[in-house]
Design a protein around this ligand. Structure first.
Ligand code: DSN
Length: 414
């Protein structure tokens, strides 16, 4: 009997139900993925027992000589993978990685120029209810109304007018290549530091499918669990002159003991992402997203920016007569999991916005390619054109379950 089943049958049932849900359905939330069994195992390892406040060789606890090796491996592998000068692999999440950069580089009240959440940015890029919006003076840029692409002229004019200390690039719901060189030029002209939050695209950067921000930015933050396919966590890379301030900002600035089991899992994730197979994976993620975009366009849907260069597609379902919530629910009933999402210049409320965000990282990990994407887009259309047709949802649900049997999730191989 599994030790969890013996210790806590209620939680064991949750784990089994979720395992089955992840196997039986099409996971298309753009920020989710399936980790390898090695990464899952590292997170359930004895390293969870160890306190290690501080950094390798400079800890505040005895007995850290073994976990030091894990952290050194994670740092070295992150730097090698992305060509960075230095890295801190202790942030528990992308949000705390971003917070650490702000704490290292800014004082409360300083000005930041960052992408508007409503145009595809992130909470921690200055949303008014988030710490970033409360502590700092944030001026937001967005996308152009005509083509849905980042308005670099607006970034420049905001910098000219507000003289920010920091410019932030990076997004949660933006389907086009981000021009880090253009951002860096603007920062240079206006004397601003430059931070890129590459959480969504980190795996595409590692796999050569998106230009790297590392040569251009003073700070690069990321999660490790999206396209990068590591454990649920964060990390920071920076130029060498900043590493001391970044390290101090993470510990003791905003965290206590690092999660050494997760640091070890991050090391495995960086190793996996440096393999040739990962480059092929990243290329397939993009090819799959392009196929979904092409098929949805051919079924008459409106896509923000008209398509995609990366792992996600943002669909304006309101233009097809649905709300985002209605579309999310109908697709969920059919076994296709996406999230409702605001679209730029949305006229609907955030809890029931006009869009859905669709991503391909998780299905690509399961081995699906263009053939399956065409089938999935056809299923999406069948469900969305009649969102109250529960018989159609049930029929698609059965077909989805059949397809999923041929593409086992990584944890089903273990
Ligand atoms: N904004 C979340 C997402 O992209 O799903 C992650 O923080």
């Amino acid at each position: 009997m599994h030790p969890i089943a013996a210790a806590d049958p209620a939680i064991w049932k949750v784990l089994q139900d979720e395992r089955i849900r992840q196997q039986d359905g099409l996971e298309m939330i753009a920020s989710e993925n399936y980790t390898s069994s090695a990464i899952l195992a590292a997170q359930g390892s004895v390293l969870t027992n160890k306190y290690a406040e501080g950094y390798p060789g400079r800890r505040y606890y005895g007995g850290c000589e073994v976990v030091d090796e894990a952290e050194k491996l994670a740092i070295d592998r992150a730097c090698a993978l992305f060509g960075a000068e230095n890295a801190n692999v202790q942030p528990h999440s992308g949000a705390s990685a971003n917070m650490a950069v702000y704490f290292a580089a800014l004082n409360p009240g300083d000005t930041i120029v960052a992408m508007n959440l409503a145009h595809g940015g992130h909470l921690t890029h200055g949303m008014h209810l988030n710490f970033s919006g409360k502590l700092y003076n944030v001026k937001h840029y967005g996308v152009r109304p005509d083509d849905g692409r980042i308005d670099y002229d607006q970034v420049e004019s905001l910098c000219k007018e507000h003289k920010p200390k920091l410019v932030v690039a990076g997004a949660s719901a933006y389907s086009r290549t981000i021009q880090f060189d253009q951002f860096a030029d603007i920062c240079k002209r206006h004397g601003a530091l430059f931070m890129v939050d590459m959480a969504h695209i980190a795996g595409l950067v590692a796999g050569g499918q998106h230009p790297s921000p590392v040569p251009w930015a003073d700070f690069v933050t990321s999660t490790t669990h999206k396209t990068l396919r590591g454990p649920r966590s964060g990390f920071i890379m920076c130029r060498k002159e900043w590493i001391q301030k970044i390290n101090q900002a993470v510990f003791p600035g905003l965290q206590g003991g690092p999660l050494m089991h997760v640091v070890a899992a991050k090391a495995i994730g960086f190793l996996e992402a440096s393999q040739p197979e990962f480059r092929a994976y990243a290329a397939q993620v993009v090819a799959n997203a392009r196929t979904i975009a092409h098929e949805l366009l051919s079924h008459g849907y409106r896509l923000i920016s008209g398509g995609t260069d990366n792992h996600l597609v943002l669909v304006d379902v309101n233009a097809s007569g649905l709300s985002g919530r209605q579309a999310e629910r109908a697709l969920d009933a059919a076994g296709i999991t996406v999230n409702r999402n605001g679209i730029p210049f949305d006229t609907r409320p955030p809890l029931d916005p006009s869009g859905v965000r669709i991503g391909t990282p998780a299905l690509t990990t399961r081995g699906m390619t263009e053939v399956e994407m065409r089938q999935i887009a056809a299923w999406m259309h069948r469900v969305l054109k009649a969102p109250d047709d529960t018989a159609a949802q049930a029929a698609v649900r059965a077909e989805v379950r059949e397809l999923c049997k041929s593409f086992p999730a990584p944890h089903e191989h273990a």
